[in-house]
Design a protein around this ligand. Structure first.
Ligand code: DC
Length: 219
């Protein structure tokens, strides 16, 4: 029988790091749903589509094919119309475009059906915003990952600094808050903590500490 772990939480809370490490420890498949919304965001940016114009976005959805695949080391790769775009989607601009277009029902329907298909008959760790509430409501384990605003902003700031991006903690914090607000207040499948989710605060915890905590408590 397959075992499903649904991991939700706001940006930079540590949910993807946890999902990736847990999948590795348990030998499960890791499914990064944010990467799929980012792939659509990248397509829109590269093709000059106004992300705020729902009609325009919906009109190009048939031209967008998003797939996930794994290499020999089991690292996840995201493909947009057959091209590996994994290295292009981890930017603030693409994250913002993903957050904006993820508000549209047609965008969500397209990706949610794909996400459910990817999880079929496999034990998996899937992370995102609506996994426990919508994509896998019958998941065996539902985790809601949080961290303080300051901690999330610091993590994101350090990531950007490493990439050579010139920014400030204040700017990053402002962007994070705007994204959280959009992701938590949209009409369709906003980020929520479901009743049966277990909340884990990753502030001041290393990735390994969080994984150990989950493994000790639930496995
Ligand atoms: O987790 P992330 O930062 O890669 O996600 C990028 C955006 O995609 C996020 O701001 C909102 C959207 N998203 C979503 O609406 N539902 C998901 N399950 C995953 C991501």
């Amino acid at each position: 029988m397959s075992y499903k772990i649904a991991i939700d939480g706001p940006s930079s809370s540590g949910k993807s790091t946890l999902a990736k490490l847990l999948a590795k420890e348990l030998g499960y498949v890791y499914i990064d749903t944010g990467a799929m919304y980012r792939a659509i965001g990248l397509y829109l940016l590269e093709n000059g589509i106004n992300t705020n114009d729902e009609m325009q976005v919906v009109s190009v959805l048939d031209k967008i094919d998003v797939t996930l695949d794994y290499d020999k080391e089991n690292n996840l790769h995201v493909y947009l119309n057959g091209k590996d775009i994994s290295n292009k989607i981890r930017t603030q601009e693409v994250g913002e475009a993903a957050s904006v277009c993820s508000q549209y029902l047609k965008v969500r329907e397209k990706l949610v059906s794909l996400q459910r298909k990817l999880a079929e008959e496999k034990s998996c760790c899937m992370d995102g915003r609506d996994i426990a509430s919508n994509v896998l409501p019958n998941a065996n384990l539902k985790l809601y990952i949080t961290a303080s605003d300051e901690c999330r902003a610091k993590r994101r700031f350090l990531e950007e600094k490493e990439k050579g991006i010139d920014t400030t903690i204040e700017k990053v914090l402002e962007e994070l808050k705007a994204r959280d607000y959009r992701d938590m207040h949209r009409a369709h499948n906003p980020l929520i903590k479901v009743r049966d989710a277990v909340e884990i605060d990753t502030t001041d915890k290393s990735p390994d500490e969080v994984v150990d905590l989950v493994l000790e408590r639930f496995f």
